[in-house]
Structures are given as structure tokens and as C-alpha cells.
Design a protein around this ligand. Sequence first.
Ligand SMILES: [Zn+2]
Length: 481
Amino acid sequence: MDKYYVTTPIYYINDIPHVGHAYTTVSADILTRYYKQKLGNDNVLFLTGTDEHGTKVAAAAKEEGKEPKEYADSIVPKFEDAWKILNIDYDHFFRTTDIRHEKIVQEVLQKIYDKGLIEEGIYEGLYCVGCEKFLTESDLVNGKCPLHPNKKPIHQKEKNYFFKLSKYEGELIKDFESDNVNILPESRKKEILGKLKEGLKDIAISREEVSWGIPIPWDKKQTIYVWVEALFNYYTATQFLNHKQKFWPADLHLIGKDILWFHTVIWCALLKAADLPLPKTIFAHGFFSINGQKMSKSLGNVISPKELVDKFGADATRYLLESQFPFGEDGDFSIEKLIEGYNAYLANGLGNLISRVAKLCETARFVQSSNEKSGHVIVEQESFDKAMEEFRFNDALSIVWEKISKLDKYINEEKPWELLKLPEGSKKLGSIEDVLAHAVSQIQEIGILLKPFMPETSKKIIDQFEKPQIASSSPLFPRIV
Ligand SMILES: [Zn+2]
């Protein structure tokens, strides 16, 4: 692998950033930082952004008495601010209202049209404005969209352009079964293959009477269906950003499980139609519930990234999001559980170890000899890398926390403080130096391993423990009551 390109979904701006968005974005940031260490900064690209077209955005803008673009401009900073406080180091913040994107999407769609893969037709059926999605009979629960039981789907009959999705059924089954496009976790791949084998219908890819969008290039009265246009962001960014062409195809699309169908079947078929290479991996993570309940605006239990960062700080929030349950599965959390985790693993575990060893070094006037690090290999590195590359973030963290407990145990057994209490002259200086040298080198390694997850903490630890004379400092993670 010589380059790595990771994307998050571009978030729809009818919503403000919540912990679900943060989960995807923090995970992408962790992988970005990991691969930047491995491949160099210039060989990694991390894209996130916002999806700004469609009926829902136009309606929300109208409600606030704003033009849609003006409304979008007012929401985008909320996402940018959330990523800033979480220390997200993306390379580009993508907006679908970027005219460079609009131009390339039109070019690609024209190409697909010219190949005879898009045809005019009449769409008649149900449409959920909440999802910006056409619904089939099998999607309905009690005649309503399962995600929007309070909004009746609208009946629509209009002229649309249809993409010949059905043509790609066989090819996509092959691509997914052979892992040419690797859909993860495995259970999600099964789900998609099962649904694919039930057969594919052609899909409408334009809308009439939706003015807030990108016009169909050969019929300006129609706009490109918001989902189709949005998916292309992953590709168009590599074409209009300087020197980023080499990054297509994406190595990883990180998404939530609710948008898997669009990102596997529809996205890959569109790319095939446009003669473009397919993404390598599509990983769908699970959902959070909060205290056993689905997170929703109406229940008032939505947690914002700011709330978490205010309480725990950026690094601890990143740690807590990734350590709760395996990436890819659903999990439940609550502020109480997060506080428990924070106190047990950060305040007591990591933080306590750091202060303890720093204090011992200070009291013993330990002087670190330099130049011992060349050619040094961290014993856990290989299993840590494997966990990272297989998206087992909680396992990667467990490896680091095992190292923390092991060092704690070592210090408890060696009791360097007792060595310190021996009367002057009888002190076994060799032995206390050895104990502290080992402890310090282990802490440096912990600092290095934590870098992708907790960049600020990692830097603090490394800075503190690389000095010849190590001084104690204020606690990294003060206890929260
Ligand atoms: Zn819906």
C-alpha cells in the first residue's frame, strides 16, 4: 500500500453534529493519523464534509426565512467547530455546493447518459422527504417510513431520469463476493448480497420541481437526485483538489449502517457505468443507543460532541468513543458509563501511572541516558498494527492498556520507593536506575502507540519522558465525580 484515502459520509445539514457523526469522524481521524505515521503525510487523504442540496434543506431554509445557500453557510460552521474541538485533522472539508463539484458531477452524469445507461421515464410511488428517498412497498411499516413514522410518505408522479441499475446485478454480486469491493463487517456483506440476489430495479436519479440541486446537464428542468450527486463527492474531490488524482479509488468509505445500500450497490454501479475504479473497502459501523434508547431529537437524549469535550476533553472523548464496544457493532452508552470508564482507565490507569513514574524519577534524581532508542522495536507493535488495519480499535486500545497494567504490576513488585529509602551508601543505585529506565522506556512506547487515538496526550507524555531529567507534572486526567 503506498497511499491511503479515507472518507466519512458528507453529513446532511438538516441536522446539527451529534455523537453519531463524531463516532464516524473520530474513527476516520484515527486511521488517518495511523496511516500518516506509516506512509507519510502526503500519501494520506482524509475527506469529510456536508451534503447541502435537496428538498429538506430548501424547506428548512424557508422556515428560517433564508436562501438555501445562506442557510447552508450558517450550518456548516457547526460541523467545522465540532471537528475542531475533537482535534480532527481532515485534509479537506467538502461541500456539495462547491461549483467545482457541480461541474464534475455533471460531466460524469453526461458520460453515463451518452453511454445509453440513463433513460427518461415516469416515476410513480411513495417518497419520504425525511430520508430524501423513494420507498418501495417492502420499505413500509404500517404504510409509513420506519425512520419517519410521524411523517406520511408523499405520493409522487413525475417525469424522471432512470439509471439502469438492474444491468449491474450480476457484476456487483461478483465484486462483493470476491471482495474486489470489501464490505465489512462480514454480516453487512451478507445482508447486501442477500438483498442484491432478490433482484435490482432501475432507479430514478433526477427530480422534477426540486430547484435546490444540480441541474441535469441535458435537461435543465430536472435536478440530480441529492443522493446520487452526494455520493460523487468522494470522487470529485480527488479531481479538483491539487495533486489528489492518485487517491482515487478510495481505500475506505467509513459509514453508518443505515446508508450501506447507497454506498455499496448504487455507488458501485454508478462508478461502473462511468468506467471508474471501485472503492476498496466499505465499512459500516453500528449505532449508539443512549441508556438503552434510540438517540432521537424527540426523546431529547441527543448527545453533542461539545457536551462530551466540555466534560472529558478531546482526547478522553476520542478514547471513550472507541473503547466502549467493537467497531462495527451496535452499543449502548450513557454519560454515567463514560464517567466510569474515564475514571477507571484514564484517571486511574494511564494518568496515575504517568504521575507515579514521573514522581519517582524526580525523587530519585534519575538521569536518562540518551541514544538507546535506535533500532528499537515495540514488542506489541505488530499486534497493534494488525488490530488497527482490521478496524479493531477497541482491541488496539486493549493492547495499550495491557501494557499499562503490566508496567503497574512491575513497579509494584520492584518497589523502587523502598530502594529509595535505603540509607545513603547502601543504596543499590544500579538497581533503581534499571527499574526507572525500564519504566520510562515503557511509558515512551505507550506514548507512541497512543498517538493516533490521543494525539495531545501522546505528545505530552513523549515530551515529558524524553527529557534527560524527568519532572512530575499536573495529572493528565483529573478524576471526575
Ligand atoms: Zn424516512
